[in-house]
Design a protein around this ligand. Structure first.
Ligand SMILES: [Zn+2]
Length: 424
């Protein structure tokens, strides 16, 4: 619970800090920041010279598959993957079995995390009962049980009237609504981005309009209801443009994208690579450029992985029937650090989208190294070169399009409440 981190480059946008200094954690809480700090004898000490020290990274969109789908991942393995990726907190989506749509299931996740998880696990409850899109779940109960947001992630709330009520009710309860924005009629039987590559491969396409139209609806509903909304995993230039314009008019909309949407295009699907199959699908080059531009100008508030573990039996099959999604917790940091190398974000900007902003959007007391804050932090070795290998991933599932990739940058230490939960 006590820890002294010496001589790291501390980057904390919440306090405007970018400076070489020490951080002292006592009883799991940030006690002091400054030069030449000392601690009582016997206090564990980390030499962070040449390394970055940031508020603990937060992944606000992961699937831990627990309860019910533990053959893909569980809270213990998912939290180990998070810790290895430098994340001190994750928000887990409710599309488990059963769905997190009531107090009992939410409490199960909270309690299991307490006993088994290496990192903080904040459950997300569903917007509608069973995520079926028919009637609202008891948001007040979900919040009371520890849920930090509600979402029917995996599918949209198709009924606009119900979504309006969800936004209004959630505003009253004080819980964040996360929208999975997708027009299912336009998606049809599509399995990848609609474009040149889908035509060449003879696969049914999902047009960008399927996302843009749904994002536009959420923006108008949020404006109409004067309530905030967070859009999950945006992937298209149009979504970014719609959200940028909405923010300019004062609509309370925030959004996230995932590392794969600013790293890969639908070219990765060639060879019918099911590890490049996800929803929304990988898009074209202009969309990748748009994601970077939207990160650079602050339109995109957060980078979240949409960590979606699947068993090999669900991926080593024909492209059309393979399940959507990839694991992302252990590759997010280096892929995001690349944005700094490319000049898209500076380090403060990166820490904002990977820690400060997700904390704000979810309303959790994290994302800062302020004195008195919870002692969650990440020590990053930005120059560490390593290769992604399936058998070295902590996640139970290995469905990553980045297997074999050479990466630069890795968590050296992940610290939760003053305790080192991961050391490279
Ligand atoms: Zn989703």
């Amino acid at each position: 619970m006590n820890l002294l981190i010496k001589g790291g480059r501390v980057i904390d946008p919440s306090q405007g800090i970018d400076e070489t200094m020490d951080v002292l954690i006592a009883d799991g809480v940030i006690l002091e920041l400054g030069q030449g700090l000392t601690a009582p004898e016997g206090t564990p000490t980390i030499d962070a010279s040449g390394l970055l020290v940031t508020p603990g990274l937060i992944d606000m969109h992961v699937h831990l598959r627990d309860p019910g789908l533990e053959y893909k991942e569980d809270i213990a393995t998912g939290s180990r993957a998070a810790a290895a990726g430098g994340f001190t907190s994750v928000a887990c989506m409710p599309n488990t079995s059963p769905v997190i749509d009531n107090k009992a299931v939410a409490c199960y996740v909270v309690n299991k995390a307490k006993s088994e998880a290496l990192v903080n696990v904040f459950p997300v409850g569903s917007i509608t009962k069973g995520s079926k899109g028919d009637s609202l779940a008891e948001m007040g109960d979900l919040k009371e049980a520890g849920c930090v947001a509600v979402s029917d992630d995996g599918k949209p709330v198709c009924n606009s009237e119900l979504m309006r009520r969800a936004l209004e009710y959630a505003k009253g309860v004080g819980i964040t609504v996360i929208s999975h924005s997708e027009d299912l009629a336009l998606v049809g039987e599509g399995v990848m981005n609609e474009g040149f590559v889908s035509t060449e491969l003879g696969l049914k396409g999902i047009p960008w309009a399927a996302e843009d139209i749904a994002v536009a609806r959420e923006v108008y509903l949020a404006e109409f209801a004067a309530a905030p909304v967070h859009i999950a995993h945006i992937s298209t230039a149009g979504s970014a443009r719609i959200i940028r314009n909405a923010k300019a008019r004062g609509v309370k909309v925030t959004c996230e994208t995932a590392p794969h949407y600013f790293t890969l295009t639908d070219d990765a699907v060639r060879g019918y690579n099911t590890n490049a199959k996800m929803n929304p699908p990988l898009r074209g080059e202009s969309d990748v450029a748009a994601m970077k531009a939207a990160l650079a100008d602050g339109t995109i508030d957060a980078i979240a992985t949409d960590h979606a573990p699947h068993h090999p039996d669900e991926k080593d099959v024909e492209f059309n029937v393979a399940l959507n999604g990839i694991v992302g917790l252990e590759t997010s940091l280096p892929l995001s650090l690349k944005l700094v190398e490319e000049g898209v974000l500076d380090l403060k900007g990166l820490v904002s989208v990977m820690s400060c902003n997700p904390a704000k959007i979810l309303g959790i007391d994290r994302g800062t190294l302020r004195v008195g804050a919870v002692g969650d932090l990440t020590v990053i070795d930005p120059g560490k070169e390593w290769q992604v290998e399936a058998d070295k991933l902590e996640s139970k599932s290995k469905n990553s399009p980045f297997l074999g990739w050479k990466m630069k940058g890795k968590a050296a230490y992940t610290v939760v409440k003053g305790q080192v939960v991961y050391q490279a």
